[in-house]
Every structure is written in C-alpha cells, then in structure tokens.
Design a protein around this ligand. Structure first.
Ligand code: NAP
Ligand code: ZN
Length: 367
C-alpha cells in the first residue's frame, strides 16, 4: 500500500467537537522520517482523555485535532532506520509517541525506562514533534510516527482487546505493579470505567486478597463481581460507607476525573501506611481535603501517568499469558461522534473501540 501525505480522520475543530461534532476530513501527517512507521489503523479505543482534549478541558487544544491513543493496525510503511518492525506487522501505539530516549544518563526518566516522565515526552495527539509538526491520533485511517513507541501485539490478543490495553490497561496496571499488588494486598478501585475495569481485572490476575470496587451507584455491581471484585461500595447509595468501610485497604487507584468527588471519604478507606494513586485527571482542581486524613494513619498519595515502553511490553505479555479479557464494545469508526456522545453519558461497558471497516477508504469514496 502506498500512502501519501493526506490522511483522513475525525477532526475536532473547536470545543464543540467533544459534543459529537468531529468532522471527517483530510490532514497532513508529520513528515515521514527514517525512524518512522505508518500504520493502517484497524482499531482505536476511546479514552476519557480524548474528551478532555477535544473540549480543551486541560488547556487550549491545538485544533484541528485528530484524537485517539489506543491504536492498533497493520504496518504499511517502514522507515529505513527501523530495524525491529516489518511491513505487515500488527502493532499498537498508546498515549505516548516520543521522548528523548537518551539512556546515557542525561535523562533520568528515559535511563530508567519510564519514558512517560521524560521532559521531552510527546503525547500521541494534540502535541508537536520536535520538528514542530503536529502529532495526530488514531480516529483515522492511517497513523504515522516514531517506531520507537509502537509495540508488537502478541498473536493471542485480538486487536480490539489490545487497543484498549494501550492506554486504559497500562495506566491501571503500572501502579498495581509499582505498589506490589498481589497476595496479601487489599486494593480499592474508584470509578468503574475504562481504566477502573482494567484495574479490577488486573488486580485479580495479580492475586490480590481483596478487590473493592467503589462506584457511585450499584448499577455496575454485578459486572464488577464478574470482573473479580470481592466487595462493592456504591457511594451515593450505601449509608455511612466512609466509616463502615474505613481503614481497610492497602492501595487505592482512583480513576475519577470529576473535581466533585468525596476525596476525604476515599482516602479514609486506606489502612495504616495505605497508598492512594490518582489516575483520573480533573479539568478543575481536585477538592481540598484535610491533611489529617493523611497524617492520622501515615497514608500517602501520588499520581501515575500511563506506563513506560518496558512496562507496556511486560503488560502485553502478562495479559496474553493470563488470557486477560477486557470488556470492550466495538463501534464502527464511522460512528465515532455517536461513540463520544455515549461515552460522555457514561454508557461504555467498559471500553469503546472504534473499528475501521474492511474498506478503509469508505469516506474517501463518499460512503
Ligand atoms: P471513564 O471510562 O469515563 O471512567 C471514569 C469513571 O469515573 C466512570 O466510569 C465513573 O465510574 C467515574 N465517574 C465519572 N464521573 C464521576 C463523578 N462525578 N464522581 C465520581 N466518579 C465519577 O474514563 P477513563 O477512560 O477510565 O478515564 C478516566 C480518567 O483518567 C480521565 O480523566 C482520563 O483523562 C484519565 N486518564 C489518565 C491517564 C493517566 O496516565 N493517568 C491515562 C488515561 C486516562 P462509576 O460509574 O463507577 O462511578
Ligand atoms: Zn488514554
């Protein structure tokens, strides 16, 4: 397949694109370089971050903007300096597409294999590569970018599952590993969406003793138990959950992105020395809370950003070996606007994946 310098994708032109007003159109990809590859996109997951960017929620977006950072597809073009990827390979790209990758020690993050914390981190869309060209995502027919952030997908993982893992999966899995989730550990997961459902599934696969799903209502209770939860808290329905369930957990992953969250109640679920990891990224500041909630039980708090390249490869192998099945719902790429409208309503159970149909050029032919 030959590609040109005009890709097709769903473009957000202003904040209203987050309401389902993306427009299918052409855009110029970055200039093709020797270390780049091109992927014919077959699948792209819909992440909460796509909505934040489309509506300029965190900062003004660099419109026009093609979002999507859970990309899987087939390699259709390989730069001359790429040695580990071949034409026809099935690969995936997550939320990061660039970093300085200086492992000689100048960049402590890249040297440690945690490239997501590289100061020169390029996110997969709504960003600029070092040459100033725009980075665009996977709600598209093609993706072009550095091969260094493309990952071979194990044969046993279907492409729709793999797509959802490349941001949702790794963001949940990395802090579980970092905080030694496994036998003997009691883990809480707040917000049962794309990230949260992965956190439950992965905590079960890691052998955690207790997995407490913390949701606003009881509507996801049955699903959460099926995923592997051992207990369910519905914060808007269960009376006195803050006290009856307080001080019982070792680790909490919080995926909530609303500033309107009962943060003291959440932190209070942690036992002595418990650790709270914030994954969700509110557009407003997180609500203030009393420091005594940390002081009183030697609790601690941190944030965590996606995962590094080594961690992603490890996750893919681990998920393949354990036959981890994410709960994905496939939606035709042509229905991307409907998908993000439904996402905003909280409809996904639990990750939408946009699927390009057989004839990837459908839009070019005016279908
Ligand atoms: P999602 O599928 O919408 O899941 C978020 C969950 O949060 C919802 O399912 C809901 O769970 C809960 N929630 C929503 N509104 C809430 C509210 N007002 N109060 C309390 N809970 C609420 O979204 P996602 O794709 O998992 O992404 C979640 C967040 O993580 C987003 O901010 C996204 O940008 C961020 N993110 C961060 C990273 C990272 O590297 N740290 C990576 C990817 C995404 P219940 O219905 O169970 O309450
Ligand atoms: Zn994401």
């Amino acid at each position: 397949m030959t590609t040109d310098n005009k890709f097709w994708g769903w473009l957000g032109h202003d904040r209203s694109s987050a309401n389902g007003n993306m427009v299918w159109g052409q855009y110029a990809p970055k200039p093709f370089e020797t270390r780049d590859i091109e992927i014919r996109v077959t699948h792209c997951g819909v992440c909460g971050s796509d909505l934040h960017h489309l509506r300029s929620g965190w900062r003004p977006a660099d419109y026009p903007l093609c979002v999507g950072h859970e990309i899987v597809g087939l390699v259709v073009r390989v730069g001359s300096a790429v040695t580990d990827i071949s034409l026809g390979d099935r690969v995936g790209v997550g939320a990061q597409s660039g970093a300085c990758l200086n492992v000689a020690g100048d960049c402590p993050a890249c040297a440690k294999g945690i490239e997501q914390y590289c100061p020169q981190h390029t996110i997969t869309y709504d960003a600029r590569f070092p040459d100033g060209s725009k980075a665009n995502g996977g709600y598209a027919d093609l993706w072009r970018g550095p091969a260094a952030f493309a990952f071979a997908i194990p044969d046993s993982i279907p492409s729709d599952w793999a797509a959802s893992m490349l941001c949702g999966g790794i963001t949940a899995f990395t802090p579980l590993l970092e905080h030694h989730a496994g036998p003997g550990k009691r883990v809480g997961v707040i917000g049962i969406g794309g990230l949260g459902h992965f956190a439950i599934i992965a905590a079960k696969a890691l052998g955690c003793d207790e997995i407490v799903a913390i949701s606003r209502s009881s509507s996801k209770r049955k699903d959460a138990f099926e995923m592997g939860a051992t207990k369910f808290i519905a914060t808007n329905e269960d009376k006195n959950w803050e006290t009856s369930e307080g001080c019982k957990l070792d680790l909490i992953l919080c995926t909530v992105s609303s500033a309107d969250m009962p943060i003291e109640g959440y932190i209070g679920l942690l036992d002595l020395n418990g650790h709270f990891v914030q994954l969700g990224a509110p557009e407003d500041k997180t609500p203030p809370f009393s420091m005594f909630i940390l002081l009183s039980r030697h609790r601690s708090m941190s944030g965590s950003l996606i995962g590094g390249r080594r961690q992603i490869r490890y996750m893919l192998d681990f998920f393949a070996e354990r036959k981890i099945r994410p709960w994905v719902v496939n939606i035709p790429m042509r229905d991307a606007n409907k998908a993000i409208q439904d996402f905003e309503k909280g409809a996904p159970r639990y990750r939408y994946v946009l699927v390009n149909e057989e004839n990837l050029n459908w839009a070019r032919w005016g279908c």
